[in-house]
Design a protein around this ligand. Structure first.
Ligand code: FBP
Length: 553
């Protein structure tokens, strides 16, 4: 048991705010089918892969007579992927709703992520356990992991564990991949004739599991507030010391939602958006050129300082590096054990360089040695390069310094370039959830229980109208298959939930594009301060700025 800080103890007393309908006796809540939702494309392939779960309607929960079974249920829960603040509250909401429906119901937590289900590693989550984790950050109540449940063997082992435990339902709390797997499991159980309901919950700090029905994934709000506090403090430090350019890399494996939100919160001089880099086909040297020009313009005003936000995923959106990474992935995959036996560093670099096509080889060699080494490190379980381990901020600093030297030699830059680099990622995933995430997550858990009680297998908990007060939130569910398309991965056709990248035509990006030139030259930083848990709702409960921009005209 962790020693409790005063805030830790105080957070136990926080009662999450929930949609008004959840205050009804749970037996009086029923699902109302709304619109029929279908995937945007690949319908025929998806129909074949999910013959039993395709073409179901979205539902919303409304007040009314329900023919709900009240028998005691045994429900399993899995936390999957990277931690995101609020996961414990999803479990608390699920637990409370289950007990409300029938106090004899039981909640089983699978340890260490999906592998806990495959390998049958679990623990019962009783009220003593759940109460210790209410309104706290982290996933440590049962741990998390990145194992995928997708092979026939993994599906069968999962089935066996579920059978042994007499599970009535399974809740998968995770991102796009984990929810895809939840849909696969749901279909598999239907095909086996097993009466087991599988329900997903949208999690990821990256904010890229969203669409028309999922307004945001949980954890994004807290993570961006933590990073924004730190960035705001750095902005003020930059303006006080007036001697450093701060290059700040922010997490977000692919999409730049985190970078965009933090930019609105703090108004840095530059915020790179990976999706724009890709759309404009910007090369690494063009990106560096843009940064160097902005530094030079501020230097002309006597301001040799500033703040630059760099999204973690940027490296994979720069067209020539994207190609290079894909080629390295292929080389590593083809070499298999031979590559695995090489020691990190020079041996791996030499191996890769000897197999790269000439042009990519030249690009690879032009990169700093540290970046070459990081590009050669192990891939994640999905075969992807682990962008959180590539020091893109340092790459940009090094190349910008070179570029400024050239500009100085040509007489077009007169300034002094000193810098600091930062990476904020892990700092924001396990903070005490903001009130928004505490409320949202508890409500998602409660919503997941309602989906289970009504046997809505293959659905993901979806709560809408999130910019309103929680009492006016609209809980419901969306069939997971309706959010999927088919992607070709490693030579195979795979159903996947489409990642939501920053929409360059969307309101949030356009609002940013309209002000960024002003931010580049001015030093009018916005200082959001730390997350507040007590005080006026305008300070404690405000949802993310991009959520507000996306949902309101
Ligand atoms: P999820 O998509 O699983 O929520 O994780 C997101 C993330 O935090 C990314 O932002 C980051 O690139 C990655 O996880 C880091 O992964 P790991 O925890 O395995 O180092």
């Amino acid at each position: 048991m962790l020693e409790q800080s005063p805030l830790h103890a105080a957070r136990y007393a926080y009662v999450p705010k929930v949609p008004e309908i959840f205050l009804e006796p749970i037996q009086n809540i029923r699902p109302l089918p709304t619109e029929k939702v279908e995937p945007e494309k690949d319908r025929e392939s998806l129909k074949k892969l999910f013959p039993n779960s395709y073409a179901r309607p979205a539902i919303k929960f409304v007040k009314g007579e329900a023919a709900m079974e009240e028998k005691a249920l045994t429900v399993g829960v899995i936390l999957s992927g990277g931690p995101a603040a609020g996961g414990h509250n999803v479990i608390a909401g699920l637990f409370d709703a289950l007990k409300k429906a029938n106090p004899q119901s039981r909640l089983i937590g699978f340890r260490g992520g999906p592998s806990g289900l495959i390998e049958g590693k679990y623990t019962e989550l009783t009220s003593d356990v759940v109460d210790q984790y209410r309104n706290t950050g982290g996933f440590d109540i049962i741990g998390s992991g990145r194992t995928k449940i997708e092979t026939a063997e993994q599906l069968e082992k999962s089935f066996k564990t579920a059978e042994q435990l007499n599970l009535d339902a399974l809740v998968v709390i995770g991102g796009d991949d984990s929810n895809t797997n939840a849909a696969l499991l749901s279909e598999y159980f239907i095909q086996k004739g097993a009466p087991l309901t599988v329900v997903g919950v949208p999690k990821t700090i990256d904010g890229d599991l969203k669409n028309e029905w999922i307004e945001t994934s949980f954890g994004f709000d807290t993570a961006t507030k933590v990073y924004s506090e730190l960035i705001g403090n750095i902005c003020r430090d930059a303006a006080s010391g007036r001697k450093y350019w701060h290059f700040i890399k922010l997490m977000g494996r692919s999409a730049s939602h985190i970078a965009l939100e933090c930019a609105f919160q703090t108004r840095p001089n530059i915020a790179l958006i990976s999706e724009e880099v890709e759309a404009r086909q910007m090369s690494l040297s063009q990106i560096v050129g843009t940064i160097a020009d902005a530094i030079s313009a501020r230097a002309a005003k006597g301001e040799n300082f500033g703040v630059i936000i760099v999204p973690e995923g940027l490296i994979e959106f720069i067209p020539e590096i994207k190609l290079l990474i894909a080629q390295i992935n292929d080389i590593i995959a083809a070499a298999g054990a031979e590559y695995e036996s090489l020691s990190r560093g020079e041996a791996q670099r030499t191996f890769i360089l000897s197999r790269l096509p000439a042009e990519s080889g030249r690009l690879f060699s032009s990169l700093p040695e540290s970046i070459q080494t990081q590009l050669c490190w192990d891939r994640d379980p999905h075969g992807n390069v682990q962008v959180s381990r590539i020091e893109t901020e340092k790459l940009l600093v090094e190349m910008t310094a070179r570029k400024l030297q050239e500009m100085a030699a040509a007489g077009i830059y007169k300034g002094k370039f000193d810098y600091q680099t930062h990476f904020f990622g892990y700092e924001g995933r396990c903070a005490f959830p903001s009130n928004f995430d505490a409320d949202y997550c508890y409500s998602l858990g409660y919503d997941a229980c309602l989906l289970i009680l009504h046997r809505l297998t293959g659905y993901i908990a979806a709560i809408r109208n999130l910019t309103a007060q929680p009492k006016d939130w609209l809980p419901g569910g969306i069939p997971i298959v309706s959010m999927m398309n088919i992607e070709h991965r490693h030579g195979k056709e795979k159903p996947v939930i489409k990642k939501a990248l920053v929409d360059l035509e969307g309101r949030a990006f356009k609002a940013f594009a309209a002000v960024r030139d002003k931010w580049a030259l001015s030093s009018d930083y916005r200082i959001p301060g730390s997350i507040q848990y007590f005080g006026p709702p305008a300070i404690t409960d405000a949802p993310a700025i991009i959520l507000q921009l996306e949902r309101h005209s």
